[in-house]
Design a protein around this ligand. Structure first.
Ligand code: NAD
Length: 447
């Protein structure tokens, strides 16, 4: 008897975590959350690519057992809610999952349609698309809910250039880095108090009493907590990724010149963690120049730090010098989006949210409802998220095949409408617009 009502665990190997390390069998069970809108289109395309890469890399010895888990429209239809507890329990049980985009209400309306994202003031049928089964009462973001409920504290965003993609930056070819953004603290922790509220007034009074400093009484107040715990577990993830993937450097990015005890401490605790747990595999930039005459010992990861505003310049002027970047929440949010724009942005940015035991990989774009079911959109973000997932599972050979296939498909001009339009506008010849599944097929043929 399954422990779940709707989730059917297929035959296969449950992924385990022992001593912080993932144990992955040859037939691992992976959770898949299709997502709303174009999730319908991109998931089959991505699944076909992953299955083909795994089959080719391991000669049929390994195969993923996909396990559907339901949120969003699929959750509403089965459980009557968009983020059912059973789905969280199932992902926690499976340890690794991959998801498409989910509708998030953003306006003031009380209801939203999960088919077309239309927002309205009543339940029942959607006033735009007419569908009966998709209108949900306003809810908090499913994406944020999943992260918070499973304490997925590291938001991981790789940024790399694919040859042939029109990119605004002349050094785009050098861009190949991965951003680790802390996901739970900083000004995003939700301690935001309205001007005139009891808490805001109490904080203003407390600061006046303890320090003599006066904050304007008509101020709203936000609290920016950054902890040793939150910082060290994030930096550990970043360093672990760099070591496992043999990457050259990790850069701690902070605004400690202004915020000494939050941003500055992030940097200090990051160095501390590196010394405590990665001392034998890292070299600090200070040591490199003061003791090693600038000669980097083979096999070590260089640990550096940069002020946040300078990194926004550096990724544009010298992107090749950065490999893994670790940041607190707010600056991590800004940098992730700025960085992806350097390489053309759009559908090719993958992502993951990772905790101590559970990791969830995700397409970073939205549900693009006007394209749902047309087999038209770019499945690249989800496919590259799956590529990250394979590396996380310790299957880099399959990940490599996906990278190779995708890079070649784009170089050959076999691309979906979004990239085709940009490439043609640049005057590029030999571009063929392919469908969503067609792009997946083009990748498989080039692995
Ligand atoms: P969106 O990303 O869904 O679409 C914006 C535009 O980008 C689309 O019209 C389309 O032209 C293009 N686009 C997006 N994904 C594409 C793809 N894979 N291939 C080609 N073109 C693509 O953003 P939106 O319209 O602002 O949001 C629609 C819904 O998605 C909203 O409910 C929003 O809250 C939600 N959303 C979810 C996520 C997530 O789940 N991670 C992220 C962003 C938005």
């Amino acid at each position: 008897m399954s422990q779940f009502q709707h989730v059917k665990i297929p035959k296969g190997d449950l992924i385990q975590v022992r001593d912080g390390k993932l144990q992955v069998g040859n037939h691992p069970i992976i959770g898949k959350l299709r997502g709303d809108g174009i999730g319908l289109d991109i998931f089959p395309a991505a699944e076909a690519v992953v299955d083909a890469a795994v089959d080719k890399a391991y000669g049929g010895k390994r195969k993923i057992a996909w396990c559907p888990v339901y949120c969003g429209l699929e959750g509403l239809n089965r459980y009557g809610e968009v983020l059912p507890q059973e789905s969280i329990d199932a992902i926690t049980h499976l340890k690794v999952a991959i998801k498409g985009p989910f509708t998030t209400p953003i306006g003031e309306e009380t209801h939203v349609c999960l088919h077309c994202a239309h927002q309205q003031y009543q339940g029942g049928a959607c006033e735009k698309c007419g569908k009966q089964d998709g209108v949900a009462k306003r809810f908090r973001s499913i994406n944020v809910g999943l992260r918070q409920k499973m304490d997925l504290y590291a938001c991981v965003r790789p940024v790399r250039y694919f040859e042939g993609v029109p990119a605004p930056n002349r050094y785009a070819q050098q861009v190949n880095f991965i951003i680790f953004r802390e996901n739970t603290e900083d000004v995003y922790a939700g301690h935001d108090f309205e001007r005139g509220s009891e808490v805001a007034e109490a904080i203003i009074a407390l600061i006046k009493e303890k320090t003599g400093r006066q904050i304007r009484p008509d101020s709203g107040i936000g609290v920016k907590p950054i902890s040793v715990t939150g910082t060290k577990r994030l930096v550990r993830r970043a360093l672990d990724w760099a070591v496992r993937n043999k990457l050259p450097s990790v850069t701690l990015v902070h605004k400690g010149n202004i915020m000494k005890f939050t941003e500055g401490s992030f940097c200090k605790w990051g160095y501390e963690l590196a010394a405590e747990e990665f001392g034998d595999v890292t070299v600090t930039e200070k040591k490199l120049w003061e003791e090693l005459d600038g000669k980097m010992p083979a096999g070590r990861v260089l640990l550096k730090d940069r002020i946040a505003d300078s990194i926004f310049q550096q990724i544009q002027t010298r992107p090749g010098e950065y490999s893994v970047l670790a940041l607190p929440n707010l600056n991590g949010d800004y940098l992730s989006d700025a960085a992806i724009a350097l390489v053309g942005g759009l559908g090719l940015g993958p992502g993951a949210n990772i905790g101590d035991e559970v990791a969830m990989f995700e397409a970073t774009h939205g549900t693009a409802p006007k394209y749902t079911g047309q087999n038209k959109v770019n499945p690249g973000s989800l496919i590259l998220s799956a590529e990250m997932m394979l590396r996380h599972m310790g299957w880099p050979e399959a990940a490599e095949l996906i990278m190779r296939g995708m890079a070649k498909a784009i170089k050959d001009g076999q691309v979906t409408y979004d990239l085709a339009r940009l490439m043609k506008a640049e005057g590029r010849k030999g571009v063929t617009e392919v469908s969503c599944s067609g792009f997946g097929q083009a990748i498989i043929e080039r692995m």
